[in-house]
Design a binder for this molecule. Structure first.
Ligand code: FES
Length: 105
């Protein structure tokens, strides 16, 4: 089946080093801009449901705002306790000044 993409934000809304919360099909995601590369991950921490768009980004490392668990935005891997379970990652395209994320299914 052909993958469909949804425009979720303008690229100008997400400066380098920034995080942005968006929704795709009602699911919260977080976008992270690492040196011009945009990554999209599940927006809710796998530890205890914190919104990761309120976290902080240092290079490829996304830190949860509640307990400081950290995730690699390239893979979703949990790299620092108390985060253990990985985040889902989502395919991203940047075209014509827009950020597009693959829709689930
Ligand atoms: S809620 Fe994110 S590390 Fe606890």
């Amino acid at each position: 089946m052909k993958q469909t993409f949804e425009r979720v934000a303008d690229l100008s809304d997400l400066p380098e080093g920034g995080l942005l919360g968006v929704e795709v099909d009602g699911r919260p995601l977080v976008l992270a801009n690492v040196a011009g590369i945009v990554h999209a991950l599940d927006g809710i921490c796998t530890h205890m449901d914190a919104g990761l768009a309120e976290g902080s980004l240092f290079e490829e490392c996304l830190m949860c705002p509640v307990h400081g668990g950290e995730f690699d935005v390239r893979t979703g891997e949990a790299i620092t306790s108390p985060a253990v379970e990985p985040l889902g990652t989502h395919e991203v395209r940047v075209e014509a000044g827009g950020i597009f994320v693959a829709k689930p299914g």
